[in-house]
Design a protein around this ligand. Sequence first.
Ligand code: PLP
Length: 461
Amino acid sequence: MYDLANSKDISDTQRYQAIDAAHHINAFLDQKALNQEGPRVMVKGRGVHLWDSDGKQYLDGMSGLWCTNIGYGRQDLIKAAANQMDELSYYNLFFHTTHPAVNELSERLFELLPGQFSHVIYTNSGSESNEVLIRTVRRYWDVVGKPSKKIFIGRHNGYHGSTVGSASLGGMKFMHEMGDLPIPGVVHIGEPYWYAHGGELSPAEFGLQCARELETKILELGADNVAAFVAEPFQGAGGMIFPPESYWPEIQRICRQYDVLLCADEVIGGFGRTGEWFAHQHFGFEPDTISIAKGLTSGYVPMGGLVLSRRIGAALVEHGGVFAHGLTYSGHPVAAAVALANLDALDKEGIVEQTRNDTGPYLQKSLREVFGQHPLIGEIQGTGLVAALQFCENKESRKRFENESDLTWACRTHGFDEGVIIRSTLGRMVMAPALVITRAEIDQLVEKTRRAVDRTARDLG
Ligand code: PLP
C-alpha cells in the first residue's frame, strides 16, 4: 500500500485506497486483506450505471445496496434536498414541534400504504428501524396490559441490521458469534429455504412445515410471553430466499391465533421492489408493523422508519402517555423532502406499475430463458426486479457445492470484470437493479451475468 507522506505522483485511486487503508474499518470484510487489494473507488452514478475512479463503467445490478430504487443522479431529488436545506436545514420532533417537510412526507406515505397502517416513527436506517421496533412493540404490550409478552422470534439467516438489537433479531450465526448475541429475549426458527432444507417435501408441504415451527416455538415459550414474529417477506441478505406460497398465510394464521404481532422487515422489499409498493402485498399477508429504509429515499440521504398499524398506533396514543424515546434526526427535514420527491417520482412516473407489468416480468423471463438449463444453476427465484440464482453441483439431487460461497464470490468478481455488479450471498447470486432499468439494460444485465457465471463454470474445469 502507498505511503501517503512519501509517495509522489500517485493516482487518485491510489490516494483514496491509501487513505481508506489508513483510516477505515469497512463493512463485512477482512480489512487487512482489503488493504492489500485496495477497494474500488466509485466516483459517479447515473441511472443504473456507476463509474469508478479509473473510468471503468459498471451496470449496477444491485442498486447500491438494494436501495437506489429511482436510480442515480435524479435532479428532482437533488433540488428537493437543496431547497429544503435553504428553507429549514434542520429541526426536530421533540419539544412539541413539527415541520412541514415531515408532514408532507407522512401524508404521502400513508396514501401509498394499505389502510391498516396509521402511524410512523422515523429513523435514519434499517438497523435503527428494527431497534425502534423492539422498544415500541414491548411498549405496546405494556400499554395494553400484557407486559409479559416480551420475546421476539426471528429466523435463522434473517438479516435485520448490524446494531445490537437488530443483529439479535437477525439470525446470522457469524454475527452472533461476535459480541455475545442475540440479546436475551430473542429466539429463532428455521428459514423457509426449500432448495436447501426441503428434502423430499414439496415446496407447499415444506412451507407449511416451516410456518408450523413458529407455532411450536410459541407453544414452547408460552403465548403470553411472545411479543412478535419478525421476518423479511423474502429473505434478502440471507440468500434472497422466496418462501413457498403456503408459508405466509399459515404464519399469519398462527400470529393471529396466539396474539403475536407480525412484523415485516421491508427495508429491501418496500417501495416497489416486487412490483407492489410493499412486499407483503405481493405475498398477500397483513403485518402489524413494517420496518422501512433504503428505497424510501432511494439512498440519496439516510432515512428509515417503523410503520405501525392502527391497533398499535391508537393504543400508544390513547393509553400510552409519554413514550420515552426519540432520535435527533427522526423525520429530518432534508431527508423527508428527498423521500417525498422520491415517492412522487416513483408514483407519478408509474415506475412501480412498470416494475409489476413490464420490466419485472421481462427480467424474470430472461433469467429463466438464459439460466433455466445452465448446469451450474439449480433454481431461479424472484419477482419484480429482484432475483436469485442458486448454484448447485447436481441439478437432479439439489446437491450444493461445499465451497459454494467461494464460487459465488468468484462469480461476483468475474461480474466486476465484465462490468456488472451482482451480489454473492450464501451460495446464491442475487440481483436487484434500480426500478428505472429499461428492457435494453436488463438484456445487458442478464448477458453480463451469464458471462460471469460461465467464467465461474470454466474455473471449475
Ligand atoms: N433489514 C433488512 C431486510 C436489510 O436488508 C437491511 C440492510 O441490508 C437492514 C434491515 C439494515 O439496514 P441498514 O443497513 O440501513 O441499517
